[in-house]
Design a protein around this ligand. Structure first.
Ligand SMILES: [Zn+2]
Length: 145
């Protein structure tokens, strides 16, 4: 059983870590938003075990978590693709053609190699789209940020 002081230390350490992570991902989100010429989203890093990554269009908020399928990095890029789609196309189909094009573009710009993104963990249709693109690599859009 932990003492209140130990719990506080643990919470505070997490909070500090959270702030750093949040600042890091917010900075990345601002950069991606600028490159894609859309408004900046708000990034919230969650430590809840049951928190899965999600984009809230109404408040332009990306919730990301380390407990997510592909890890926090892939989750971030998936969710910011939703943000860009929402900003450009309004309420487009969740993982439809606009999303597939945008996430591919995001990954090409943000990863040194788009194969680093765990496409097989993403939605099946998204993974299939990427598979086709990967077969035609190198892609001219590659630009690491
Ligand atoms: Zn999604």
């Amino acid at each position: 059983m932990k003492t209140i002081s130990q719990l506080y230390d643990q919470f505070y350490a997490k909070q500090k870590q959270g702030d750093t992570l949040q600042a890091k991902w917010q900075a990345k989100a601002n950069t991606v938003a600028e490159i894609f010429n859309v408004r900046r989203p708000v990034v919230k890093v969650s430590y809840r075990k049951d928190a899965h990554a999600k984009y809230f269009g109404g408040t332009r908020t990306l919730r990301i978590s380390e407990n997510n399928w592909g890890g926090i990095e892939d989750a971030f890029h998936h969710e910011i693709a939703h943000h860009i789609v929402r900003e450009r196309f309004g309420r487009a189909k969740s993982h439809g053609k606009e999303f597939k094009r945008i996430i591919w573009d995001v990954v090409c710009k943000c990863y040194s190699d788009p194969r680093q993104y765990k496409w097989n963990y993403d939605y099946k249709a998204v993974g299939k789209y990427a598979e086709k693109k990967i077969s035609k690599l190198p892609c001219k859009a590659l630009m690491v940020i």
